[in-house]
Design a protein around this ligand. Sequence first.
Ligand code: AMP
Ligand code: MG
Length: 408
Amino acid sequence: MISVEEAQKIILAEIRRIGTERVPLGPSLGRTLAEEIASPLDHPPWDTSAMDGYAVRGSDTAGASPGAPRTLKIIEEIPAGTMPQKTVQPGEASKIMTGAPLPEGADAVVKVEETERSGDQVRIFEAAEEGDFIRKKGEAVRTGDLILKKGIRIRPADIAMMASIGRSVVPVYQQPRVAILSTGDELADLDEPRGPNKILNSNGYGLAAQVIEAGGVPIVLGIAKDTPGDLRAKLKQGLHADFILASGGVSMGDYDFVRDVLAELGAEMKFWKVAMKPGQPLAFGVIAGKPAFGLPGNPVSAMVSFEQFVRPALLKTAGRDDLLRPILHATLEEEVRKHPGKRHFMRAIVSVQNGEYRVRTTGDQDSHILLSLVKANALMILSEEGDRVQAGEKVAVQLLSDLLVAGN
Ligand code: AMP
Ligand code: MG
């Protein structure tokens, strides 16, 4: 049996980058940037005012105070979106709005709150230093500056940044297509009539959702019977995709044929079991360059195994640099027992109390109990060694969600 790290290493070594495509800026949200982006322009494009007020020559306002104001002549009004026409000469000022270009001659802006206008005269109550309330040309970004790195997941701020430099089309990695097959004679799909001997196919839906969250496109192949013939026929359909995922049928049972059928279809099987809980059975192989995973059938095992092995592989193929979920360290609130020799991924709730991360399990950790995954916002990772961890110890926690909820 190999360790979680060994399994991840073997899998990631087989993963190749997918191709790239160009998409409009808005829909690039959440995609992975395929080229670095440099700015083709200066921003702001000119010196601009950071305030509503008066563009002045700072020297004209020297010594100004409420008791001893300086009076200047207003020569122009410059709303945002208008280029100034006049040069500010000694004794003059131009009224200016936030974001408007600074007129020639002016070297400072006085806030409107520090002034009083009467007709074409303005009284200035505060001395302005050269550069006051001016945003310099190119201060936010300069022509040629690298603004976004290749391999990042595009976020709203990145979209705004690209818009600010005129990028309307964005190079991104393609989204890997992932064929998903559920296996088991006992399975029925949601919309089909079912007898009392059936259970509902939850893995097909859960895995498809995980694929979407990891930036892939699920191709749902439905349910295969536990026969080599049906498995072969359905898995063959998956060969059109970039990745193949099957769940169930990879253990030691009499009807567990997934590994054999993958091998028969030409998969070079790389390993079968990983020292972890939940999720020990995990078949991984490569068919015609395509990664194929036989995930365990139990619903929690399938999803936890996806998190540790399939998600990083999908991110790598789609060009991402950060393949693993963030890990933080939290204080364990209760003693937990474990099996020696296996890495445990326990469904858990992380909360913040008095500025410190704390973690507790969500209850029964049996691998068919989905509700304890539903309640979790994290997986608590316990190392292979030992059979228990004491309350008060620090443990590693893998965040499954961006939200740190107080727990329920
Ligand atoms: P297996 O590995 O095929 O023996 O499956 C292990 C357990 O997971 C069995 O109790 C199965 O009924 C259950 N299981 C397998 N596939 C699914 C699925 N697609 N949805 C829900 N439960 C499943
Ligand atoms: Mg089965």
